[in-house]
Design a protein around this ligand. Structure first.
Ligand SMILES: NC(=O)c1ccc[n+]([C@@H]2O[C@H](COP(=O)([O-])OP(=O)(O)OC[C@H]3O[C@@H](n4cnc5c(N)ncnc54)[C@H](O)[C@@H]3O)[C@@H](O)[C@H]2O)c1
Length: 335
């Protein structure tokens, strides 16, 4: 009973490796380190097992995947490996279609051929685009606004079709906005380039590395004019994958689940919470809306609660405290 985790050296993947190991699953990690640092592996081994198997390779490369599945008797796949930046996908769409879709196709082909029972896919709330009604349920029509979002929706459809025509059972998890880190501070979000999302940017200001935070718009139709997102602790997301590996789907192969908290937080509310969590001032300036950003997004997670038995348990204060603890540790280590 071994799970292949593609992208397991990345942000959400590394926390899921820890959660699956804690749930007594064997795991094998496949990552090409295109957006992860190799020293993550030492941290992962210290949190799990010194002999954790990590293979460097491309999830789109069928021979690599076939070899891993045969050698390790893989019975489930959790597929995180992907490029994930919306602006980058607009600038370089073909890289996104190639990497995200080709890796999903290769893995699905091998999974169906090898009779692998469970395939869990990392999708995203970006597939909803600019929704007309909130909260977002899994039935909200998908209408992505970027090539990145399109790749996620395409992969969902490929997997749902493959599942309908085979014995492979597929679970699709649409994450909202993952933040936070492992409480040890050993793993968290450490991409190779600066992360473009809000919480890492807030942390850089709190550290003093950046003078002030750019707030993208204060003229949205929200309580304080700033955009609203549904932030969810990465450790809660990781636990969602443990539930997704084990759930009996019955007829519902290809089932989609939103993973968020169901709570919307404005940018100003997040800044206030970050001032409390870090004990540091967070100066900011309004820099105008960013093209392509939507005003408001939060999830209805009742399906995940009812069917997966999953609910996000960690609040915003915990997310920011853990993120800060992690950011501090790596700053002291100079990385
Ligand atoms: N973090 C978010 O805000 C967010 C939100 C919604 C969905 N997601 C999805 O969750 C998944 C994980 O996101 P993350 O934040 O952990 O990203 P990440 O970049 O930290 O992790 C992705 C990992 O996959 C690896 N990778 C990329 N292409 C690969 C390939 N072809 N073969 C092998 N490894 C490859 C990278 O090196 C990296 O370690 C992605 O599929 C992403 O689209 C992320």
């Amino acid at each position: 009973m071994t799970t292949l985790i593609t992208g397991g050296a990345g942000y959400v993947g590394s926390h899921t490796v820890v959660a699956l190991q804690a749930a007594r699953r064997n795991v094998v990690v496949l990552d090409d380190f295109s957006n992860a640092r190799r020293d993550v592996i030492d941290e992962l081994r210290s949190l799990t097992a010194p002999d954790l198997i990590v293979v460097e390779g491309d999830a789109a490369d069928r021979p690599t995947v076939e070899h891993l599945c045969d050698e390790h008797d893989i019975d489930s796949i959790v597929h995180f490996a992907a490029c994930k930046s919306v602006p980058e996908s607009i600038a370089d769409p073909l890289r996104y279609y190639r990497n995200n879709v080709a890796s999903t196709l290769s893995l699905a082909e091998v999974a169906v051929e090898r009779g692998i029972e469970r395939f869990v896919f990392s999708s995203s709330a970006v597939v909803y685009g600019r929704p007309e009604a909130l909260p977002l349920t899994e039935e909200t029509p998908a209408a992505p606004l970027s090539p990145y979002g399109e790749t996620k929706l395409m992969c969902e459809r490929i997997l749902a079709d493959a599942a309908a025509a085979s014995d492979m059972s597929v679970v699709i998890l649409r994450y909202f906005n993952p933040v936070g880190a492992h409480p040890s501070g050993r793993i968290g979000e450490r991409p190779l380039a600066d992360a473009q999302n809000l919480v890492p940017a807030v942390m850089r200001v709190a550290e003093g590395a950046v003078e002030r935070l750019g707030v993208f718009g204060d003229d949205y139709d929200t309580s304080d004019g700033t955009a609203i997102r549904d932030f969810v602790h990465v450790a809660d997301l990781a636990e969602g994958h443990v539930a997704a590996i084990d759930i009996d789907l019955g007829e519902h192969t290809g089932r989609i689940f939103n993973l968020g908290t169901g709570v919307g937080t404005t940018v100003f509310e997040l800044i206030d919470a970050a001032v409390t969590a870090t004990g540091r001032p967070i100066p900011y300036e309004i820099v105008g809306r960013r093209p392509g950003d939507i005003a408001v997004s939060w999830a209805d997670c009742s399906r995940a609660h009812a069917e997966l038995g999953w609910r996000a348990g960690r609040d915003l204060a915990q997310m920011l405290t853990d993120h800060w603890n992690f950011a501090q540790r790596w700053r002291h280590l100079g990385a």
